[in-house]
Design a protein around this ligand. Structure first.
Ligand SMILES: *Cc1c(COP(=O)(O)O)cnc(C)c1O
Length: 374
């Protein structure tokens, strides 16, 4: 075996020993809430497709029309020739939805975050990030070269303390939060964080990946940098930032993950536009995922759900995997989330609810989860 393959084999053996190896499982979607896994048709509670729009006929038709009109790929970076006409439509729609002057669309939410953060701060600047902020915000922070200090999750006193002790030694300060924490489903205290940041002339950036489409819109006066994804409730693919005109103009020139990558395919952009049409036209559909999540937390006496995401913390990685497998055997697809995605000792079932789940689906899942809990 070459030293290269030996290296990989040793790493994999270590991951296996800790139940932390990950593998891809083929999953075929079947309508809004079902999927095929290991030859069985199961009810899925682990997509971020909260409004089932990736399977919606109107959204699919918009994507098909865009392919017929503009082709399958955009052909180049948006700054060269990849800026097909659908982009301007989507950016105007996102800015209007969020109440900002402008918006910029990226290839994905991950690409957005690793481009935005280093374009705004660098050496000599400070980043204060919630310890549970998404991996790609942390990747952006690392790429930026700014001094990065985590604050305890949703802990305003800790953030205030860091602003008081650290802020003065740095030129600019960026505060990074998720609006909805992706593995816990809880919300950031945005208004209080915004007030704190303003007091110290720190810039607030919030990642709304799990909020757009399913939670009421954030107040643009509170959050000048509103990032999110087209890949979850919007049922498409891509990322965005809604912000002031000068910020968006700066990013068009300086965000490396915007400048040096090919523009999104026309179909993805058209699907996102069509998804916004559906969401804006049917506010009752948009609130249903949170209603279903609350039904579930009530049935299991868990803290009231604040978003479509509900964690059922199990503890050890192996136990979480076993619970997930037991649920699969009962016809429910609920993935186990293990470290390093979540802190050690907090491996969990991460359950996500969508508008297409019926009350009976949720009740059946609650029964099954009760049975598999250790
Ligand atoms: C999923 C997610 C992202 C990444 O978005 P993609 O479009 O999937 O790359 C960013 N932030 C948070 C909080 C997420 O959950």
């Amino acid at each position: 075996m070459s030293s290269l393959d030996q290296f990989a084999a040793a790493k994999l053996a270590d991951l296996d020993a800790k139940s932390l190896r990950r593998s891809l499982k083929e999953t075929r979607r079947d309508g809004a809430v079902h999927a095929w896994r290991d030859g069985r048709r199961v009810l899925s509670f682990c997509d971020n497709d909260y409004l089932n729009l990736s399977q919606d006929a109107r959204v699919k038709q918009a994507a098909i029309r865009a392919i017929e009109q503009h082709g399958t790929g955009s052909g180049a970076s948006r700054l060269v020739t990849g800026n097909h006409p659908l982009y301007a439509v989507l950016e105007a729609r996102l800015a209007a939805l969020k109440g900002t002057e402008d918006a910029i669309v990226f290839g994905s939410g991950y690409l957005a975050n690793i481009g935005i953060v280093p374009a705004l701060v660098g050496k000599g600047d400070l980043i204060l990030a919630d310890e549970l902020a998404h991996a790609c915000l942390n990747a952006g922070a690392r790429l930026s070269g700014a001094r990065t200090v985590p604050f305890r999750h949703n802990d305003l006193a800790h953030l205030a303390d860091l602003l008081a002790t650290e802020r003065g030694q740095f030129r600019h300060c960026l505060v990074l939060i998720d609006r909805v924490y992706s593995m816990d489903g809880d919300l950031a205290p945005v208004a209080a964080i915004s007030a704190l940041a303003a007091r110290h002339d720190a810039w607030l950036m919030s990642d709304d990946a799990h909020g757009i489409g399913v939670l009421p819109k954030e107040d643009p006066a509170l959050v000048p940098l509103q990032m999110g994804t087209l890949s979850k409730a919007l049922g498409s693919y891509g990322g965005y930032l809604c912000a002031s005109a000068p910020i968006v103009a700066l990013l068009r020139s300086r965000a490396r993950s915007f400048v040096y990558t090919t523009g999104l395919p026309p179909a993805s952009v058209a699907a996102a536009i069509a998804a916004l049409d559906v969401i804006e036209g049917d506010p009752d559909w948009a609130v249903t995922p949170v209603v279903r999540a609350r039904q579930f937390t009530q049935l299991l006496n868990l803290p009231n759900a604040e978003s479509p995401i509900v964690p059922v913390v199990i503890g050890e990685a192996a136990a979480a995997l076993a619970a997930s497998e037991q649920l699969l055997a009962e016809g429910f697809l609920v993935t186990a989330i293990r470290p390093p995605t979540v802190p050690a000792g907090t491996a969990r079932l991460r359950i996500t609810f969508s508008a297409g789940h019926s009350e009976a689906d949720v009740a059946a899942l609650a029964e099954a989860v009760r049975r598999v809990l250790p």
